[in-house]
Design a protein around this ligand. Structure first.
Ligand SMILES: [Mg+2]
Ligand SMILES: [Zn+2]
Length: 180
């Protein structure tokens, strides 16, 4: 079985709701958060896969076309790859927030489907996100969870950014594999 890290996108990899960008509807609005390349690169060393799982309700709501989202993701993956950081697949939910679909986080379908496709041991895998719905989705899927922010009641760990979260994940993985 393989191991993976599932990353939420907005607020984990790139800025949203900052002085220079509200939501990302085109590649030029995509600003990487500091340390993200290094963090993903280090996760690549310890995990078979790094995936992105993102709610993109803006498509269902008509703010962005699906083709445009693909452009944004191609840009994200290419920029990271230039720095030696690999994203193996990007899964997204394009549905309206209130459509009641099975993929939108806090539902776990995006994680579970990637898990099946890539034969992932979800218990040995991690979901990282900056909203409670990310953590709930990870828990439902059976992963370990890391919250990016200040506090989350459900998460296994809380860190202010992906770089610190990745360091904890790698330590946690090592401890899990080598019980005292
Ligand atoms: Mg987010
Ligand atoms: Zn959906």
């Amino acid at each position: 079985m393989k191991r993976a890290v599932f990353l939420d996108r907005d607020g984990v990899i790139n800025e949203v709701l900052t002085h220079r960008v509200k939501f990302v509807n085109e590649p030029k609005q995509f600003y990487f958060l500091p340390g993200v390349e290094v963090a993903i690169k280090s996760l690549n060393d310890y995990f078979d896969y790094v995936f992105v799982v993102t709610n993109q309700g803006g498509i269902g709501l008509g703010f962005m076309k699906e083709k445009q989202l693909h452009k944004i993701h191609d840009h994200m993956v290419a920029e990271l790859e230039k720095k030696g950081a690999t994203i193996h697949e990007v899964a997204y939910c394009p549905h309206k927030p209130k459509a009641g679909c099975k993929c939108r986080k806090p539902n776990s379908k995006m994680i579970v489907d990637l898990g099946k496709k890539f034969k992932i041991d979800l218990e040995q895998s991690y979901m990282v996100g900056d909203t409670d719905t990310d953590i709930q989705a990870g828990k439902k899927a059976g992963t370990r969870t890391v919250f990016i922010g200040k506090h989350d009641p459900l998460a296994d760990a809380v860190y202010p950014n992906l770089k610190e979260a990745a360091q904890w994940i790698i330590q946690d993985l090592k401890i899990g594999n080598n019980p005292q």
